[in-house]
Write a protein that binds this ligand. Structure first.
Ligand code: NDP
Ligand code: MG
Length: 330
């Protein structure tokens, strides 16, 4: 684990850093680096929706041609599926030798969508949180942990650049972990598919459907399988699984172990190993890239199907009854 004391921002001083993209990660990295007195420019397409945001935040916006010409560091904070064409079209033949490309996720390098010239430094700085948290925690004087990794180290300074950049976005306040592009990519995809996004959504939906199909009211099913999740996750986040189990009733705690031992364990392990294999052998990446090449036909079909699920209609009604404050995110 590395902290601020191990990082030297001087490695980024008097360098030109251009962040390509001003979305979730882009705006947070740019604002945090600038607050650390690092010189940052933003690169966006002329018709990008993000231009207004970057201009409102007083950044200079430059074209990709200019970015490639003047930058010491290009930071790839555009969507993963857009990165290959930008690299192939604008960067590969024109970016100067000994310069650096920074990624926030290893997908394109690990799955060989981008095959970088070997006279460049290729670095990973992957914050373990959404961009808006990268920014909000930084403003509180804190930060989110980041993983760093080096794929190519042409000028023998890449590790210092990675530490400096991670400090610049606030991760040195909390912890910087060294890894590889392969490990970051495979664990990140596994975590979001098997547990955080795919796993949790599958549990919620399957639980809700099981109750509704068995004749229970959709409203109650929504409360039991979705609404209460936050209360449990908050406890887990603050104190781990054991603390959560300490706070719930003995009946709930006994049921927790009981279903794990009698129902979930074997099935989940078997399925999760298959999910992991599918990530390791590149089949998931292939499927995602193929879908991108047909304008996300599958992704849009999934979006349509799941946004019309009964749980969304019920949820919309129930959430209106609560006085939730809508979070404004840019
Ligand atoms: P977003 O979708 O939030 O933002 C993408 C930005 O790139 C937008 O400003 C978009 O502009 C711009 N953009 C799109 N196409 C181009 C282009 N051709 N040229 C220049 N700019 C373009 O992306 P994220 O911030 O979520 O993801 C960026 C990277 O960070 C990815 O590699 C992702 O895996 C990684 N990452 C993301 C995390 C997250 O929680 N979001 C966490 C950790 C890593 P417009 O507004 O016009 O679409
Ligand atoms: Mg992740």
């Amino acid at each position: 684990m590395f902290y601020n004391k191990d990082c030297n921002l001087e490695f980024l001083k008097n360098k030109i850093i251009t962040i390509i993209g001003y979305g979730s990660q882009g705006h947070a990295h740019a604002l945090n680096l600038r607050d650390n007195n690092i010189d940052v420019r933003i690169c966006l397409k002329k018709d990008s929706k993000s231009n207004v945001k970057a201009l409102n935040d007083n950044f200079e916006i430059i074209s990709i041609e200019k970015a490639v010409d003047i930058s010491d560091f290009l930071v790839m904070l555009l969507p993963d599926e857009e990165q290959k064409s930008i690299y192939d079209l604008y960067i590969h033949n024109s970016y100067k030798s000994k310069k650096t490309i920074i990624f926030a996720h290893g997908f394109n390098i690990h799955y060989k969508q981008i095959i970088p010239r070997n006279d460049l430094n290729i670095i990973l700085i992957a914050p373990k949180a959404p961009g808006h948290t990268v920014r909000s925690t930084f403003k509180e004087g804190n930060g989110v942990p980041s993983l760093i990794g080096i794929y190519q180290d042409y000028d023998k300074n890449s590790f210092n650049y990675a530490l400096a950049y991670a400090k610049g976005i606030g991760s040195g306040n909390i912890g910087i972990i060294s890894t590889t592009f392969k490990e970051e990519t495979e664990t990140d995809l596994f975590g979001e598919q098997a547990v955080l996004c795919g796993g949790v959504s599958s549990l919620i939906l399957t639980g809700f459907e099981t109750l509704v199909e068995s004749g229970y009211s959709p409203e109650l099913s929504y409360f039991e399988c979705l609404h209460e999740l936050k209360l449990i996750v908050d406890l887990i986040y603050e104190g781990g699984l054991c603390d959560m189990r300490y706070s719930i009733s003995n009946t709930a705690e006994y049921g927790d172990y009981y279903v794990y031992e009698n129902y979930y364990y074997n099935i989940f392990k078997l399925k999760m190993k298959k999910i992991l294999k599918n990530i390791q052998n590149g089949n998931f990446a292939k499927s995602f890239i193929l879908d991108k090449n047909v304008n996300f036909l599958k992704l849009n079909t999934y979006r349509e199907k799941f946004s019309n699920h009964l749980i969304e209609n019920i949820g919309n009604k129930i959430r209106k009854l609560f006085n939730f404050k809508k979070k404004i995110i840019c």
